[in-house]
Design a protein around this ligand. Sequence first.
Ligand code: 4NP
Length: 173
Amino acid sequence: MTTSLPPARTPGQYAVALVCLGNICRSPMADVVLQQRLGAAGLDDRVSVASCGTGDWHVGNPMDRRAAATLTTAGYDATRHRAQQLDASWFDRFDLLLEMDRSNLSDVRASTTEPDRAMLFRSFDPVDPGSEVPDPYYGGDNGFQEVLAMVERTTGALVAALTQHLTQGTERT
Ligand code: 4NP
């Protein structure tokens, strides 16, 4: 099954926002993994990535220490993240807003005139498409490992979709 991407606002470029509730656990993990994979694919100059939360409790804070430890152990750089909150500017700046759960998705869709640009992050999950990324904040360390596994496999398919989208959109000379 192929999940199609909303059209780019700027041809040849693409901007992806990752959205959860607090922007200290799930969407920062997806942000770090997606940026690392785009760099490895040579797409980091064409695809921009950022993450935010619908809530404001943690704005300006680094990610949750358990999320950071899980990423660091797996070889990612978790040090640069600072939490941001979703506001109206995100709907103008991003081609695609990927939400971690259905509550995030309905919050985002209720706030935009372009709801088709919002979809579940795990729409791209090759194992269980359309599922949620469960919130690990109130659970144990295992939850963060599970989130990382979902994020890594979903990101692989998302990068493939972005590659295809950008390649199809490139004019040949
Ligand atoms: P996240 O997890 O949405 O994955 O960043 C949460 C972090 C903080 C809170 C809720 C969820 N909180 O209520 O503070």
